[in-house]
Design a protein around this ligand. Sequence first.
Ligand code: AMP
Length: 251
Amino acid sequence: MVTTAPDFDKISPHMPEWNGNGKAVMLFGPPGSGKGTQAKLVQECLHVPHISTGDMLRARMQTSDELGETIRRLLDQGELVTDDLVNQMVAERVVQPDCLDGFLLDGYPRTLSQADWVCGQLEARGTGWVVIHLLVDYNEIIARLAGRRHCAGCGAVYHIVFRPPQVEGVCDSCRGALRVREDDRESVIRRRLDAYAAQSKPLLEYFAGQSAPFLEVDGVGATPAAIATQICEFIRAGQQKYMSMPQVAGN
Ligand code: AMP
């Protein structure tokens, strides 16, 4: 399912009505923890739309108006965009009909204020939620992200060690040039991880204080499919207990 970016100029100042009866799955973890890969696999097994705020923002920054340029600058520097902006993006997206039976939030909420806002919205409408925390060591993340290469032509993603192209620097599919995404540069990755560590601690404490199901899962050491199976089984079983105590991956 495709995540569509809302037209920000047309966003009403009032939150649209949110009638979804299915569960909201919040997939949560540091940048580079494999959230995107897990989201796609979990989406396939649960048949719910995958809503990535990062993807929405990258789509929106293609428009070179003031908002697009602001988003580009923040993303290139590894900074978070404002809570109001992402909350409104999510509010616009989850009222679309495909979200009625639940949806998967990838990279959202990312701050305490976003979590508080979205949980309040869900609670008010009787929609339950499940929190999945992917735990990956920061050194592993830096190795993963710094080796990532994106095709400037078709957007295909490679890794210099784990998924190298046949010809160095050239896309196998469209022969386009492979580039390092601006926010995958090591200095930016470190800033993103620092921001994550600072912001996720209160968020984890917030979720730990709730009765909603919370799964903390090791994001390495098993295949992506095996990790996704663990996540889907946990969600389907409607478990209420922590699988382990939530904690932030060490630096
Ligand atoms: P991601 O693809 O999830 O790693 O997100 C890429 C970038 O988009 C982040 O580094 C932030 O700049 C921005 N972003 C994505 N989601 C959020 C969010 N929930 N709140 C604030 N900024 C976000």
